[in-house]
Design a protein around this ligand. Structure first.
Ligand SMILES: Cc1cc2nc3c(=O)[nH]c(=O)nc-3n(C[C@H](O)[C@H](O)[C@H](O)COP(=O)(O)O)c2cc1C
Length: 301
């Protein structure tokens, strides 16, 4: 199948932030049957991030407040270069900046690298404008950042959106109008909080964090369906996918490819192999001849 002009063996993708940036673990995901990998979100300078605990499990998913730990764009792109040695796989480089100018500098660097696509992380809880609003909640910021970045890029650009926006379909429409080539959605939900009752404290050192995993899947499906009806550009769906049936549902809702994040913690790296196999079994059993046949075929009651 094809996604944004690249031939990929399966629609499965590693979501941003899950395996960091080391080229060898990114390569393993491709060897296990994924078509694409997304790097941890990279900033201009390295960031240490928050003190631990930065991630916790609860009955329904994960909560995290990593604080955008990353080695910085220069070292990150070195790993992307190594990733491409002897391997056919698509690398999506995720970046985040403090303002449009920083996004442009990052986009420039990715455009000149071996990165295949650029993903703009507009939706991270730690990336906000002067009024402490994440960019993905502010219509004019989406328009500004995407259109400025498009001026300096020739590779496809994905805008990563937040489920916390009041009307994510409108945000996706703005990104499309500003020139985005695709939408990645959804990023983590909330902030939420997980509490240790014995200690009488939140479990995360940062007290609050973004929610991911199976509990956000119904929301992801609904929002992807909304966005699919609004825009023409492809959607890289993410949010609570942990098996083949989840991935099939997400494509039926309108995703052209599906990224897996939290399930890697739960099921290990083998999740890509098993999810691909489960998708193939479903498609064979129900008479679908290829992944692309699944995209957006949901019929409402
Ligand atoms: C530990 C952790 C770190 C994450 N870091 C990033 C990140 O750096 N950039 C980003 O765009 N999304 C990040 N995400 C969000 C995921 O890429 C994904 O959008 C979200 O978790 C929903 O998918 P899931 O339910 O399959 O995990 C992170 C998620 C987790 C759990």
């Amino acid at each position: 199948m094809r996604f944004l002009g690249k031939e990929i063996p399966s629609p499965l993708t590693l979501a941003s932030g899950i395996l960091g940036i080391s080229f060898s673990s990114l390569q393993r995901v491709i060897r296990d049957g994924a078509g694409m990998v997304t790097t941890k979100s990279l900033s201009l300078e390295p960031r240490i991030g928050h003190e631990g605990p930065i991630i916790a499990e609860f009955n329904g998913g994960l909560i995290n407040s990593v604080g955008l730990t990353n080695p910085g764009i220069k070292d990150g792109l070195e790993e992307v270069k190594k990733f491409h040695n002897n391997l056919d796989g698509v690398a999506i480089v995720s970046v985040f900046g403090a303002n449009a100018q920083e996004f442009v500098r990052l986009a420039d660097a990715v455009n000149a690298s071996s990165g295949d696509f650029l993903e703009l992380n507009l939706s991270c809880p730690n990336v906000e404008d002067e009024f402490k609003r994440p960019f993905a909640l502010v219509p004019e910021k989406i328009t500004e950042i995407v259109s400025e970045v498009k001026k300096v890029t020739s590779i496809p650009v994905l805008a990563k959106l937040s489920p916390n926006a009041n009307d994510i379909a409108y945000m996706a429409q703005l990104a499309e109008e500003a020139g985005a080539d695709g939408i990645t959605m959804i990023n983590t939900l909330g902030h939420g909080m997980v509490i240790d009752a014995v200690a009488r404290r939140p479990v995360l050192r940062n007290n609050i964090g973004g929610i991911s995993g199976p509990c956000i899947k119904p929301l992801a499906l609904k929002l992807i369906y909304d966005v699919y009806k609004r825009v023409k550009i492809p959607i890289l769906g993410t949010g609570g996918v942990s098996n083949g049936l989840d991935a099939v549902e997400m494509m039926m809702a309108g995703a052209s490819a599906v990224a897996i994040g939290s399930a890697v913690y739960d099921r290990g790296l083998d999740v890509f192999k098993s999810t691909r196999l489960e998708m193939e079994v479903f498609m064979k059993d129900h008479g679908y001849s290829g992944y692309s046949d699944l995209i957006g075929i949901l019929e409402e009651n």
